[in-house]
Design a protein around this ligand. Structure first.
Ligand SMILES: NC(=O)c1ccc[n+]([C@@H]2O[C@H](COP(=O)([O-])OP(=O)(O)OC[C@H]3O[C@@H](n4cnc5c(N)ncnc54)[C@H](O)[C@@H]3O)[C@@H](O)[C@H]2O)c1
Length: 245
């Protein structure tokens, strides 16, 4: 029960990796705040997180790309539970277009959710989370290697690793740890909706596809005191996909 009596906010907690993380943290005693843009996803996720063992769950419709919505989510969590110990910046979006067809609006839409969303929540954590708190930013292997037609996503995920380094440095004085994980291909709705995969532009070996629970276990480790000396790290969770010749 590494998270007994602790409160963790998980963005994009209504589906995929965020939902698996909520279940894992709940099973280890955490009170969980699911922050998601989709009320439908939240409604489906809540009973699963309770069934996994979470003592309490707060569902908050939140757009991570809007700072006021993020502030409201942090305030609601503190009002409901009176404390805030952990944050998982997991909400993310992809966009598939050749570079020459991308617009300024496309870039700003992706950067707003995949990068600024994490910044807005980190800012709230730095203002409101007490010493001992921990943050995990969900980046991607696209921060290191990528495929065609996803330039804004790859750039946002690389910048998220950079933001993790900056936040880890500045978080030290506040007693907060900030780490990033870089998942490979993970079996979630986002993976199977990927047109590069549907069209065979990105080929996937079945052995290279991980489960959301694999990522959740790593996030739980990084949030926990087991990782007390892990700070500013970028941890690959890709089953070794990027290491192969
Ligand atoms: N699935 C993969 O293969 C994979 C690989 C590497 C990284 N990732 C990253 O993992 C994270 C989770 O992805 P997933 O595969 O679980 O996706 P998913 O599509 O299953 O879930 C994403 C969730 O985020 C929510 N969301 C979207 N925009 C939001 C916003 N503006 N504010 C709040 N919530 C929002 C969605 O409603 C959804 O519930 C993303 O950051 C993604 O980039 C996924």
């Amino acid at each position: 029960m590494r998270f007994k009596d602790q409160v963790v906010i998980i963005t994009g907690g209504g589906s995929g990796i965020g939902l698996a993380t909520a279940c894992r943290l709940g099973a280890e005693g955490a009170q969980v705040v699911l922050a998601d843009l989709s009320a439908d996803n939240l409604a489906k996720a809540e009973p699963q997180v309770r069934q996994a063992g979470a003592p309490d769950v707060l569902c908050q419709v939140c757009d991570v790309g809007q700072e006021a919505s993020v502030e409201a989510c942090a305030a609601a969590a503190l009002q409901r539970f009176g404390r805030w110990d952990g944050l998982v910046n997991n909400a993310g979006l992809m966009l598939f277009k050749p570079l020459e067809a991308q617009t300024e609006e496309d870039w700003l839409r992706i950067l707003r959710v995949d990068l600024l969303g994490a910044f807005f929540f980190l800012k709230q954590a730095f203002l409101k989370m007490p010493p001992g708190g921990a943050v995990v930013n969900v980046s991607s292997i696209h921060a290191l290697e990528t495929t065609p037609r996803v330039a804004p996503y790859a750039a946002a995920k690389a910048a998220l690793v950079s933001l993790t380094r900056s936040a880890s440095m500045e978080g030290k004085a506040k007693g907060l740890r900030v780490n990033a994980i870089l998942p490979g291909a993970i079996d979630t709705p986002m993976l199977w909706e990927n047109p590069n995969i549907k069209a065979g532009i990105e080929t996937l070996n079945a052995n290279d596809v991980g489960k959301p629970q694999d990522v959740a276990a790593t996030i739980a480790y990084l949030l926990s005191l087991d990782a007390a000396f892990v700070d500013g790290a970028a941890v690959l969770v890709d089953g070794g996909r990027l290491s192969k010749l």
